[in-house]
Design a protein around this ligand. Sequence first.
Ligand code: BES
Ligand code: ZN
Length: 642
Amino acid sequence: MLINAKFTMRTSTAPAIALALACMFGSACDEPPPSTGQVAQGDSLPRDPHSYAQPAEARVTHVSLDLTPDFASKRIRGTAKLAIARGASADSVVLDARDLTIKRVTDASGAGLGFNLGTTKELLGAPLTIALPAQGDTIVIEYETSPDAAAVQWLTPAQTAGKKLPFLFTQGQAILTRTWVPTQDGPGIRQTYDAAIHVPAGMRAVMSADHAGTEGEKDPRGLTVYRFRMANPIPPYLIALAVGDIAFRPIGKTTGVYAEPSVVNRAANEFTEVDQMIAAAEKLFGPYRWGRYDILVLPPSFPFGGMENPTLTFATPTILAGDRSLVSLVAHELAHSWSGNLVTNATWDDFWLNEGFTTYLESRIMEKVRGKRYADMLRQLGRQDMLKAVTDAGGPKGADTRLRLDLGGRDPDEGLTDIAYEKGAAFLQTVESVVGRERLDAFLKDYFDRFAFQPMTSDRMVAYMKEKLLKGDDEQRINLRQWIYEPGIPANVPPVQSEAFTAVDKQVEAWKSGAAASSMTTKDWSTHEWLHYLRALPDTIPSERLADLDRAFSLTSSGNSEILGAWLLIAIRNRHQPAFAALDRFLTSQGRRKFLTPLYTELAKTDWGRRMAMDIYRRARPTYHSVAVGTIDGVLKWSEVR
Ligand code: BES
Ligand code: ZN
């Protein structure tokens, strides 16, 4: 089954969808697309094993939501009006739905349409098959979400900074949008959307889209209405919503931050470089095509560091270090505005095309904004993460150390490792080392333009590289196929040298040979130098030496989440009791999976640690988002012991 009968190449920003549809259902396919080269010929998109949709028969092109979140019952209620592009013989459309109650389906005039919810599978939910109307291309689904909808987290007032009002946010990636929006939930099926969200007085709704309403609009029930419109066709995992006591502070003309009132000033101060980042990215990768770029800082249970929801990056408050030391995360999410949101992995098997490209772009943006010394630190920490990911995936022969994955029926979450991010970035560093920066940069700019608003596969990317970038024996020198389709890290990966870390290594050596912590030269160390230092310490450290480090550098009371996370890992490994109150606090006060997973995993290795982990998790679990719960349940084998 093909998602797209044949793909068309476009250079304009205008919605590519019209042409793509004409191609799929009309005559445009018969005409050869312009300047196809070898990429387009016979190229087709793979079936997406994580969606029930049959987009070649009938596909969603636009989603129009009218929704009211009900905080008391933890349900979102309302309608999704879908525009469908249908093949000549299609009499039904198949959507993805998980934990949704479908109340009624009608056509645009309100006449009932038949529908059937098929067998539910745990991860995928159920196919929702709807009979298409004889006339028109609109279906209206009246539905409500379940209190357990995996995409939605409902926070009590106690879980917010303000403590007064509840909060809710959604997290669609990878296949969770179907738990709050009935649509075709595959990354290859792009859709425009608009929404009206009805919220109680004192609350604000924000979405990954332009604001389209008039301020202060009320509905007949007295609820405030917020309206949105996303005119670019996006993959459905990027539809996102947050509702709560949310304030706004501008940063630049087209940038700003949303956060709870007590957080918003701190956030605005942390992200002052965002306009420079956009300027750097546009210079490198071409125009930013999404209008505004705002950042929403969420309450601490947000399970990720950041999520690249278009026009509105969602971010964890754990990057508000107060000294702008963790803002490369913003560069990362911003970079997705090109790699991921413009050119999108066609299925989750090609997740590395989103994250590996983005990790490479992130370091290029940071190099422009903060300089090479800074970017080299990021790159070297990334290399360490890459090597650890190879080990975690079973070593250099492990099947999941491939960039191009073969997930089959597995959860796309299993592909969410630093292989995609860091091996992906290392691949592009390798390409850069062979063809040179100038040629790679020209290629990237062209690639984002050519494939804007289109799905991408590894095969297609490789074909386009061969067509546009590689000359002579470049392909052999890069080892292109080995990098993308085979496990392990090819030997030609270019070394990363960080000047700053060489200096840190000297201090590590001195410490190892017995020097007191207070005699170390750590003045002006950045967060990244600290991280490198902590990672380079031996696995086993006597308690008095840990106490010495802590006395000298106040690690246990660090307000920097990355430094604290790295330090607590060392504390667990060495059963360093003085840090355990801080460990408890860290695990119960934020829900970022990147911090939770290694700490719980380390605790679970010993009996005493396991007991401590279970005690903490019992209290913390109700405050975590479902994606963090899913992971930590696995780490602690929670269901077996409960
Ligand atoms: N898109 C990802 C987050 C994601 C991936 C959510 C897959 C769900 C499924 C986001 O861009 C990301 O990579 N976030 C990182 C931060 C980044 C600086 C490495 C994170 O959350 O840690
Ligand atoms: Zn990312």
